[in-house]
Design a protein around this ligand. Structure first.
Ligand code: HEM
Length: 506
């Protein structure tokens, strides 16, 4: 226990029994993964007690193992804390068993590019029009506006219900549900209970993680309460004879006719999970873009040259402008590279022994595709990686999924959506949401660092991020100014159109 098999990839020296656990920080694990990645030049291994951990910190190992041998690397490691919270009903934490595959099928079908462009596009367009309107009316609340819009799009798609304001149930329920989930699951945030089950029985107050169990149980209660309430809301609507064109109604129609493939709790969690996947990830990514653009306004100017030439002031950009606004795509990609939302990635597990370049990858290893560490290392082709610079993607005009699936792994833009068979199924929705948000906001507003009472700019801190599994900027202030009266008039006109669309999802 704790000792590395010498045939495995090299890694930091281990201690008896615990392996490398003493080197795992309680927060900020993702940064440590980069340091080791630099030292061991790509793939390396760690020992969490008896658990073998493989970190693919270079492009080739991600491609050769997780992408090319997708099925072998499609499982997830068991997480006791994850199980305490979800009762085993959460795709993100489940192995690639038949029930998980069924859930993934529901997700990928509903989130396919075709389904999104045919059915979800009008929802996205009108919700992101409201985002512009909200920025115009109350710019100081931009943090809430970004969180509302992604939640509302996901809740409309999944539950057929929109959140008109952040304080409404559908505008923010997902943030309440997720409040402590990320904190509970960040590597290093709990005693190593999967490796040493004795911690289940050991008094928590005698560990450096005195509240790990109560925090996990609190998170479970939150999930059950919020997603139970969302389900009840939908059931109530259906009982009153109103069905909507959304995932929940389709799924319930099918399962009521053919029988439920899993428990009611699992159905609630699956629906909730689709909203969880879709809301905070995308809003956190956009908050990074707002923060980085406020600090680096020169990139706003570059994007606006393209946007103004295509749209003028008469209309805001839409998804159909994607090919004509390549710099917006560069900004979206750079936001995801610079501060990937799931900074250490979600661990996979290999269900069979493997070898990579002559090294042993033992069966059941925990496999990390550590997005932040991959993105912040020159050896992976990211020059000056700690600087926000969308120009680095000028030769990447396509969407992230086009690069993720390509055999030319050196051309891959970033790893923010993961890799292999468990790659994010929400990638198409997320890419389209982000393009629309960045293009509409840049068309309408100048974003700058805030001014103090003396009229001087107050520098924003690009390192001020929340700890936890999801990497979002801590709340910050910035100056958001609409560009002209002509822009104001167009925003109001487009909002009046959008309102007509909202009625059917209220
Ligand atoms: C910028 C936005 C997003 C980011 C950065 C993101 C990132 C990720 C990552 C890194 C994973 C794990 C991939 C892996 O294990 O290799 C993942 C999984 C997942 N994402 Fe996303 N995601 C985003 C948006 C979305 C959206 C919009 C949805 C749905 C509406 C979604 C639903 C899911 C689900 C259900 C999984 C679990 C898949 C599985 O375990 O098989 N995500 N996402």
């Amino acid at each position: 226990t704790g000792k590395r098999d010498p045939r495995m990839p090299k890694g930091p020296p281990t201690l008896p029994i615990i392996g490398n656990l003493h080197q795992i920080p309680m927060t900020g694990f993702y940064k440590q993964l980069r340091e080791w990645g630099k030292e061991y030049k790509g793939i390396y291994s760690l020992k969490f007690g008896s658990t073998n951990v493989i970190v693919c910190a270079d492009r080739k190992s991600v491609h050769d193992m997780v992408d090319k041998k997708g099925l072998m690397y499609a499982d997830r490691p068991f997480s006791h804390v994850g199980h305490m919270i979800t009762g085993g009903d959460h795709m993100v934490l489940s192995s690639n068993d038949p029930l998980t595959r069924e859930k993934r099928k529901v997700t990928t079908h509903n989130l396919s590019p075709r389904n999104i462009d045919e059915k979800v596009a009008p929802i996205q367009e009108s919700e992101i029009t409201q985002l512009m309107f909200d920025f115009l009316e109350k710019p100081e609340d931009f943090y809430k506006h970004l969180r509302r819009v992604t939640s509302s799009i996901a809740c409309t798609l999944v539950f057929g219900q929109r959140g008109a304001t952040y304080d409404s149930f559908w505008g923010s329920c997902v943030y309440e549900a997720l409040a402590s989930f990320g904190e509970c699951l960040e590597p290093g945030a709990n005693p190593p209970v999967d490796e040493f089950p004795i911690f289940k029985y050991w008094p928590a107050r005698l560990t450096p993680w005195p509240n790990w169990q109560t925090r996990a149980l609190g998170s479970r209660d939150c999930f059950d309460r919020i997603w139970g309430k969302a389900r009840e809301f939908v059931e109530e609507r259906r009982r009153s004879g109103v069905k909507r064109d959304c995932v929940a109604d389709q799924l319930l129609d099918t399962y009521e006719a053919k029988g439920f493939p899993f428990s009611q709790h699992a159905v609630n969690m699956l629906l909730g999970e689709m909203v969880e996947g879709g809301a905070e990830t995308t809003s956190s990514s956009l908050l990074t873009v707002v923060l980085a653009l406020a600090i680096n306004p020169q990139y706003q100017e570059k994007a606006r040259k393209e946007i103004d030439a295509v749209c003028g002031t008469e209309r805001s950009p839409t998804w159909t402008d994607f090919k004509d606004l390549p710099y917006v795509n560069c900004i979206v990609k750079e936001g995801m590279r610079y501060r990937p939302v799931i900074s250490s990635g979600l661990p996979h597990r290999n269900n069979a022994e493997d070898t990579y370049e002559g090294m042993l990858i033992p069966k059941d290893s925990m496999i990390f595709v550590p997005a932040w560490a991959l993105h912040h290392n020159e050896n992976n082709g990211y020059e000056d990686p700690d600087t926000f610079n969308p120009d680095r993607f000028l030769n990447h005009p396509k969407l992230a999924n086009d690069y993720a699936g390509s055999p030319d792994y050196n051309m891959r833009d970033h790893y923010g959506y993961g890799a292999g068979r468990r790659m994010c199924p929400g990638i198409h929705l997320a890419e389209r949401n982000q393009f629309r948000m960045v293009s509409k906001l840049l068309w309408a507003f100048e974003i700058r660092e805030p001014l103090n009472e003396k009229g001087e700019r107050v520098p924003l801190d690009p390192e001020a991020y929340e700890s936890g599994l999801l990497h979002a900027p801590l709340p910050f202030k910035c100056e958001i100014k609409v560009r002209s009266q002509a822009h104001v008039d167009t925003i109001r006109k487009e909002m009046a159109e959008a309102r007509k669309h909202f009625a059917k999802w209220e």
